[in-house]
Design a binder for this molecule. Structure first.
Ligand SMILES: NC(=O)c1ccc[n+]([C@@H]2O[C@H](COP(=O)([O-])OP(=O)(O)OC[C@H]3O[C@@H](n4cnc5c(N)ncnc54)[C@H](O)[C@@H]3O)[C@@H](O)[C@H]2O)c1
Length: 342
């Protein structure tokens, strides 16, 4: 059976996709430098610890495992960090992706699914955001994602590859079985940030960036998608481009907006605790409203999202945070202390 290379498969989204690949009987191998990922998240295949900058190791991995397609998650993915260190983002995300594409071309790998982002749109003229909306990213992170989209399209044209570019909106939720889950130190996504705060004895107020934005309650509006549904999209998208040899670009969201204040109320309902918050100035990298027009993604891939309620997404993250995340944090700390990668 042909093997799929999953770059960044030790990370949050990548590990959920690995579980979905395993459930659909696929053979795959994870390639991850573990800078932001977790060894414990790689449960269904071999892990090659390596960086996208290491072309020899990439080539050796592709050849040794007879890789025929790639799902490419490996990237730095924090908007605010990218504003502080744009060089790091261009080096890791864009040079790293160029290495990967060069090695794919050299080894004859012809299919790639790429994790792009709604950050590639910048501040959209129209909401919901249609797939053909202009892409004018306003942060280095968003610009690196757009640069990678263009690079993939150019390599694909030259080498006759097929690709799926998936522009995700806000990914949240958790594997409901709690086999895997989100562990970043520190957490950067809004749902775990709010939920972790509710566990904090001292309860520092959660900073809510906004208050004066042109939205109904003045805070950012986002389109949340459950990571398990996003994982199914990857499996189907890969099957689709391999079977048809036709490329596709999809917005992956539900087309439903939830404001950060609404989200906070849902978190209070789920945790049954009051969660104090404090309004802070809007962030330069945060467009007021990012809601997808998911258009054809669900029909084209013959899928239905399973978890469409924000409350369910928050419940799954809450279960993970209470039951499994502490042990994973301990593991991560032990491997940092012992000097090995986690
Ligand atoms: N999580 C979201 O809400 C979201 C939204 C839109 C797009 N995305 C994209 O989805 C992908 C996965 O995001 P995530 O939230 O799982 O992030 P993550 O940080 O949890 O996972 C990324 C993984 O890539 C690995 N990695 C990074 N640079 C690498 C390199 N040079 N070589 C090898 N491995 C490397 C990290 O160690 C980590 O395991 C990213 O490309 C991100 O830009 C995520």
């Amino acid at each position: 059976m042909d093997t799929i290379l999953v770059t960044g498969g030790a990370g949050f989204v990548g590990s959920h996709v690995c579980k979905a690949l395993s459930r659909s009987g696929k053979k795959f191998v994870v390639y991850d430098n573990l800078a932001r990922g977790n060894r414990a998240a790689v449960q269904w295949c071999d892990l090659v610890v390596g960086d996208l900058s290491d072309r020899n190791l990439l080539q050796e991995t592709i050849e040794r495992h007879s890789v025929k397609s790639v799902i490419h998650f490996a990237a730095l993915a924090y908007v605010r960090e990218s504003i502080l260190y744009p060089n790091m983002y261009w080096q890791n995300n864009v040079s790293g992706t160029k290495n990967l594409l060069d090695v794919m071309a050299e080894t004859g790998v012809r299919h790639i699914v790429f994790s792009s982002s709604c950050a590639s749109y910048g501040v959209p003229d129209d909401v919901p955001i249609h797939i053909d909306c202009d892409q004018n990213p306003i942060t280095p992170y968003g610009r690196t994602k757009l640069a990678c989209e263009w690079m993939i399209q150019d390599y694909a044209r030259q080498n006759e590859w097929s690709y799926a570019i998936l522009r995700y909106f806000n990914v949240t939720g958790n594997d409901p079985d709690l086999d895997i889950g989100e562990v970043h130190e520190p957490e950067t996504h809004i749902v775990p940030i709010i939920l972790l705060n509710s566990l904090n004895f001292h309860q520092e107020p959660v900073p809510i960036f906004g208050g004066t934005l042109p939205t109904a309650d003045g805070t950012c509006v986002r389109d949340f998608i459950h990571v398990t549904d996003l994982a199914s999209v990857h499996v189907k998208a890969l099957e689709h481009i391999v079977a048809t040899n036709v490329s596709a670009v999809f917005n992956v969201g539900l087309g439903k907006g939830t404001s950060v204040l609404e989200l906070l109320k849902v978190c209070e309902e789920v945790t049954k605790k009051r969660i104090p918050y404090q309004m802070a100035n809007p962030n330069p990298g945060d467009p007021p409203c990012l809601v997808a027009d998911p258009g054809k993604v669900w029909t084209a891939l013959n899928l239905n999202p399973r978890y469409t309620e924000i409350k369910t997404m928050v419940e799954h993250t809450w279960q993970w945070i209470q039951n499994k995340r502490p042990a994973w944090i301990k593991l991560k700390q032990q491997s940092i202390d012992s000097g090995s990668v986690c």
